[in-house]
Design a protein around this ligand. Structure first.
Ligand code: SAM
Ligand code: SF4
Ligand code: SF4
Length: 386
């Protein structure tokens, strides 16, 4: 069971006051690194950009936007604070020039942003320095996917990741906390498939005692469907979800449970910086069963993957975050709105990335200098996106 709500620690501060950005100084010597050579202090390249297009959501998942905090009085960002599509495209273009090959749109719920297809069309036109199209994807709760899948595909989106925390309607409704039915998300997934938005991934956040009994039913449902199901450990992101370690079901235990029902074997990572550990289903002869497909686990809590983390996050209001668990961002919006040209903007991003040494998950359990302190306030997931 989740902690009774009355027992949760709910901070009363506006979460964005903790997310005040570092002003960004323009580099004095404006030499940009050669394409693909930018590295942070731990020699990690910049490959993946996650862009949050809205801080609003039509769900109130208790692990992300609990109703008690994100209620009718919650002050979302006013429209002028949001980066416009033109601003997002401009910033994204500099990231691509510096090595980004994959862009994921997220939120809040990205499909709530009006005319999101227009942004997708703009981003789909970007090319890497050696002329390749980007891997352009989007993470959604699936609620509007049935309606929008075809338009997203037509605009140039390649694929989608859909979040779904269970197949049991009661469990799912309790988790999204707005009574949203499973069937509508499943219809959204079918619409995405029909529109060619694949390979589709489905993410299930596992909370012990809340939805862990849905692991096997979810695996059964998606096995052989062409959809890749991934189980995510419940993370201590933000400061509002009342996270407790005893609600985390370690991925190793997820795999154990799956192995009680299916024959599985581990797969090699398909790309550096990949967050999921992949497993293939085996056939009766012990060989990978291509028809059954694969599943994955994302062990964000029990197995740090900071060592090759190549992800940057751009918040809805244009703050650059270097880690999901960061407490401050770097203010790119001010630069853009002050009229910085492309070289200055790329120079600033490159300087910020060059200084990066974030590795929260690796430090979580240590007392090394720089390790996160217990009371440190972090930015909300709905603000910078997952
Ligand atoms: N609204 C969209 C959705 O739910 O897919 C996109 C934004 S959501 C913040 C991105 C991802 O973060 C989702 O897959 C969600 O399940 C995951 N997420 C949110 N809070 C989390 C937490 N505390 N632990 C693990 N994953 C979380
Ligand atoms: Fe909304 Fe996604 Fe957060 Fe759920 S996880 S509240 S759907 S942003
Ligand atoms: Fe990357 Fe930060 Fe997550 Fe580590 S904790 S994998 S640095 S986002």
């Amino acid at each position: 069971m989740t902690a009774p709500r009355s027992h949760r620690l709910i901070p009363l501060l506006d979460q964005r006051t903790i997310a005040r950005a570092e002003p960004v100084a323009l580099p004095i010597h404006g030499r940009l690194p050669l394409p693909g050579t930018l590295r942070d202090r731990l020699a990690r390249p910049l490959r993946d950009l996650r862009i949050s297009v809205t801080d609003r959501c039509n769900f109130r998942c208790s692990y992300c936007m609990p109703k008690e905090v994100f209620d009718k009085d919650y002050r979302y960002l006013p429209q002028p604070a949001l980066l416009s599509f033109e601003e997002i495209e401009r910033v994204a273009r500099q990231f691509v020039a510096l090595g980004v090959e994959k862009i994921r749109l997220t939120g809040g719920e990205p499909l709530l942003r009006k005319n999101i297809e227009l942004l997708i069309a703009q981003l789909a036109r970007l090319r890497t320095p050696d002329g390749r199209a980007l891997d352009l994807t989007l993470t959604t709760n699936g609620s509007l996917l049935q309606k929008k899948a075809q338009a997203l595909r037509d605009a140039g989106l390649h694929r989608v990741t859909v979040s779904l925390d269970g197949l049991d309607d009661q469990v799912f409704k309790r988790m999204n906390d707005v009574d949203f039915p499973v069937a509508d998300v499943l219809n959204g997934i079918e619409a995405a498939k029909a529109a060619g938005l694949g390979p589709i991934k489905v993410n299930m956040v596992v909370q012990r005692g809340v939805n862990d009994h849905e692991i096997i039913p979810m695996a059964r449902h998606f096995r052989g469907s062409g959809v890749v199901l991934r189980f995510i450990e419940y993370m201590d992101v933000g400061a509002t979800n009342g996270w407790r370690m005893d609600q985390v079901l370690p991925s190793a235990q997820v795999i154990e449970r799956l192995q009680s029902a299916f024959a599985l074997a581990p797969l090699e990572a398909s790309a550096p910086g990949e967050t999921a550990q992949r497993w293939t289903y085996l056939d009766a002869g012990g060989h990978p069963d291509a028809g059954a497909g694969e599943i994955g686990v994302i062990s964000s809590v029990t197995q740090a993957f900071c060592g090759d983390c190549n992800r940057a996050r751009l918040s809805t209001e244009g703050q650059l975050y270097l880690c999901l668990f960061a407490s401050t961002g770097h203010d790119l919006r001010s630069l853009v709105r002050a009229g910085a040209d492309d070289t200055a903007l790329a120079g600033a991003i490159s300087a910020i990335w060059g200084q990066r040494e974030d590795r929260y998950s690796m430090l979580r359990t240590t007392s090394e200098p720089g390790a996160p302190s217990q009371g440190e306030r972090r930015v909300e997931m709905s603000y910078i996106g997952g």
